[in-house]
Write a protein that binds this ligand. Sequence first.
Ligand code: ATP
Ligand code: XMP
Ligand code: GLN
Ligand code: MG
Length: 518
Amino acid sequence: MPGPSRPVLVVDFGAQYAQLIARRVREAQVYSEVVPHTATVDEIMAKDPAAIILSGGPASAYSPGAPGMDPALAKAGVPVFGICYGFHLLAQALGGTVEATGAREYGRTEINLLADGGVLHRELPARHQVWMSHGDSVTKAPDGAVVTATSAGAPVAAYENPAERYAGVQYHPEVLHSPHGQEVLRRFLHEIAGIRPQWTTASIVDEQVGAVREQIGDGRAICGLSGGVDSAVAAALVQRAIGDRLTCVFVDHGLLRAGERAQVERDFVAATGVNLVTVDARERFLDALAGVSDPEEKRKIIGREFIRVFEGAERDLKAQGDYRFLVQGTLYPDIVESGGGTGASTIKSHHNVGGLPEDLRFELVEPLRLLFKDEVRRVGLELGLPETIVHRQPFPGPGLGIRIIGEVTAGRLETLRAADAIAREELTAAGLDRDIWQCPVVLLADVRSVGVQGDGRTYGHPVVLRPVSSEDAMTADWTRLPYDVLERISTRITNEVAEVNRVVLDVTSKPPGTIEWE
Ligand SMILES: Nc1ncnc2c1ncn2[C@@H]1O[C@H](COP(=O)(O)OP(=O)(O)OP(=O)(O)O)[C@@H](O)[C@H]1O
Ligand SMILES: O=c1[nH]c(=O)c2[nH+]cn([C@@H]3O[C@H](COP(=O)(O)O)[C@@H](O)[C@H]3O)c2[nH]1
Ligand SMILES: NC(=O)CC[C@H](N)C(=O)O
Ligand SMILES: [Mg+2]
């Protein structure tokens, strides 16, 4: 998919927060993408950036071999903003000095404004809180720049040169613990870089509908529809672009939760009037997964089988015309986590990205591939999809297949489906659906634990509850569910699901854990 013109490029120097910086830029209604620090000046300039943001990173700017910044980038005529490590690099490139002063600041820190705060901090409180995470400091700002803030550990906590269109801050404006950070970022983008705020939900819809029309022309497309948010929004968008030359295919792979198939067949068709074909592929997936317990292998098998089913659907639809395009609801985080991002490592192969077979015959149409989930939800509402679909909790394409730790079998699926249905029922009854992002229920099929039920010994399996809160699934925290709700879920699962004699709660954030266990 062609991107919108003139992105703000976040150059990633190994920061924990590079994606977050891109999100904050988008919140300022400016389109942004992340690029690796290994990109050359030519590669960066080929994207015609409206501005460049240099991220933080673990290295020290003065160390030999530290990832550097080509000084040509600072002089390319593109506005530049440096954050932490990027602030150090930019200072160095423009004649300033960076040193380890021995003063370190980690976490909540106060800065004092100088020179009335300059453009970036104008009219903000003369002393205010920011979030720092550094051991090195700028001891001399670039020639010609004004120092606009200082802190106990950083003599130069911010500098700017609005005429030359560059600026930087030692602290992290992108995190919520810097309460004025968004305002500072906004001022860099709008006032120093002079970028007009035009990245809005309506503009995304227009742009993507146009791009899809151009890509598909008068061709036909199949859309993998899961009942989840992403594919529903992708389908609605493509439907707007090409009308009934779109046919949705829902795959019942046997790894679905209770009631899911009926819900898709009923709700989605009612909301959109789209053409829908359901394929019963339960046997095919179970056969392909027999004997496999490695998570990456499972994901690749599932990704491959999905495509085989789509190919079968295409053959069945041949009579109506040539279905050469496959629409998927792939999002930016799916790509980043599958290692297709910007030098990011492969965390897991999302079935729709890293799990695709090599001999893929379809041409992919992925109108959401640059978006985060909350942006996708807004696009869905803009397209007129009902709240019930747009605010549905995510459910991974590989389904219960990656929530059974061990081999996937029909019996284990039955067990997990029953436990999952109880957890969902109780969370909904307690009115918690909108408070949690999602709550995977995971069956530890290869683990057994001893219990006592009805005065007799049991030797069953534990299930794990994994309730999480998140904004975009890139980071997450475990949700503090009320004890009485946890108690009801635990009692019901151990009483009603024969194989399960223990319910445990996962209290790990992401990172270090991921949301799903596999
Ligand atoms: N059962 C299914 N049948 C057909 N396509 C599917 C199925 N499950 C997943 N897909 C395809 O894989 C894509 C990625 O799945 P994913 O779960 O990330 O998105 P989603 O289900 O649309 O949304 P959500 O993240 O809210 O669950 C979907 O957008 C869809 O194109
Ligand atoms: O369609 C999908 N195909 C996949 O292969 C896949 N793996 C994880 N997920 C969902 O992505 C979000 C992040 O999950 P993780 O923290 O486990 O990576 C969570 O919302 C997960 O449910 C997937 N969705
Ligand atoms: N968060 C950062 O970018 C840290 C920069 C550098 N590694 C320091 O410690 O000062
Ligand atoms: Mg899904």
